[in-house]
Design a binder for this molecule. Sequence first.
Ligand SMILES: Cc1ncc(C[n+]2csc(CCOP(=O)(O)OP(=O)(O)O)c2C)c(N)n1
Ligand SMILES: [Mg+2]
Length: 617
Amino acid sequence: MTRRLTTAQAIIQYLQQQHVERDGVEHRFFAGCFGIFGHGNVAGIGQALEQDRGLRYYLCRNEQAMVHTAAAFAKMTNRLQTLACTTSIGPGATNMITGAAAATINRVPVLLLPGDIFARRNVAPVLQQLESPASQDISVNDCFRPVSRYWDRIYRPEQILTSLPEAMRVLTSLADTGAVTLALPQDVQAEAGDYPEDFFARRVWHIPRPRGDAAAFARAIDWIRASRRPLIVAGGGVLYSEASENLARLASRTGIPVAETQAGKGSLRFDHPQCLGAMGVTGTPGANVCAREADLVIGIGTRYSDFTTASKTAFQNPEIRFVNINVAEFDALKHSALPLVADARVALEALADTLAGYRIDADYAARVDRFRAEWENEVDRIYDARHGPPLSQGEVIGAVNQVSAESDVVVCAAGSLPGDLHKLWRTRDPRGYHLEYGYSTMGYEIAGGLGIKMADPGREVWVMVGDGSYLMMAQEIVTSVAEGVKLNIVVLDNHGFSSIGGLSRACGAEGFGTEYRFRSGGELAGAVLPVDLAHNAESLGACACRVRTHEQLVEALTACRRHDRTSVVVVETDINARVGGYESWWDVPIAEVSQRPSVEAARPGYLDGRKKERYFF
Ligand SMILES: Cc1ncc(C[n+]2csc(CCOP(=O)(O)OP(=O)(O)O)c2C)c(N)n1
Ligand SMILES: [Mg+2]
């Protein structure tokens, strides 16, 4: 028994039959297909989607954005669902590369179906083809190879019989998931094959909860019992595993404090008695001092990025050891750790049972209490600052936090907001804090917000975005309006890059080229540009307003929550009112030689900082 279908039709039929199951709950894996049509996919995947409405088509405005939307959707569903993305050949395809890199770095599944040049070749070079004098087996889609966890090019209709199951294996893999790219030559998409009926049978991919090695577990228990200053570092794996309650129980029983990475923030409620909040470059004093002194770090579902490890300066105790719980062996072994290659929830459950009777000493517990109390005061101070106008970013974060409900989600990705949110946002729900800080892609925010809201329409989504990120990619407001997917977007307009401007000054480079100003006297140092982002948002179909004072902001945010159309609040913020760092450091190399005294002055401090960088053998 066979079905005669084009390659594209067969792909679309196959995708609809893929399901995942975890803990007895099944989901269809692909909730739809985003895309933009061009000659490279309109007659192939486009025709297939039109004919078969079982996989809903969503029209986006930019191919990069739709990959972010798919990635955010996948992250919001704990990687149990995603969206497919179809493009034409050439620029439509390569627009997805940034999104692919972001998805792969963040370990979230997205299926990319870029169109490709003709397999038949006789009509080459076709519109948008990159020719090579060295090979006919090269196209721009080869650029996806390093940013994809699985990559294939389909030259013949029957190749999908083996390629699609491989794509699914990777997409549903705990350790290997990320962007999967199947490059689809334009002619092959429209070519028919006789596909076996069985290929289109309903298929369920079971997502395991690996239990890990018993001997490694026993050793980990010994290490924890022997430790005096243990610290848990909670990463994104805690959330993907839905292990928040298990973590809360372990922390309560043992008293071991918990520090959170960007991806792991929300693992505990902000007011859990063991929650020290953010750690690393953008961390709280409590988390960073405890990390500095820890003799044992239990890293759960973390990649140990430089923002978490403060460029390897975070852990200074000479006796420090690491126990890493991770589904990926690659991460489990980082910092020469004792690796527990296991699911976070399963491992935390077992740890809580086996560690009965273990508790951190009273001194350490009292210290954690003190750090927490001091930090809450500091957050109140920053939330309640009545700076300006223009307002400080910290008080805007406070206003959004206070207007938002417990189940609302905040989303962000780049600029100075991620660091301030990491420190200041009071997270009350494991899914309430969504940061793309693996690739920190300017432009992720609105596109990502769309994916979050699509994944969980019952929640209000707060997109917090700087003017720089907004200007890079705001066009998905149009998609949100078209689809009736309502977003609350707060644009913090400080007329440039507070983040990189500050960094530039710290490097002695005086904020060069980081503000949105008219060119004057040869420099970008003239008056602030009269860019009206509220009108811009309104022109894209959103409700929009501009506010200046704290009262206006709270009023606008409250109104936003009640609207049923995407709403944008533009608030002017002071580019120089920064929250600053606490007890941490980041390695950004300063020029070794320079004609500027400010650069030369910055260099010794940098070299000093580097002395604290450690290797763990
Ligand atoms: C696509 C991309 N390009 C460049 C960067 C480097 N970068 C990080 S933050 C930033 C400026 C962000 O400006 P804005 O969104 O206004 O935030 P602010 O710094 O003012 O808080 C830049 C250019 C990046 N993260 N992503
Ligand atoms: Mg800005």
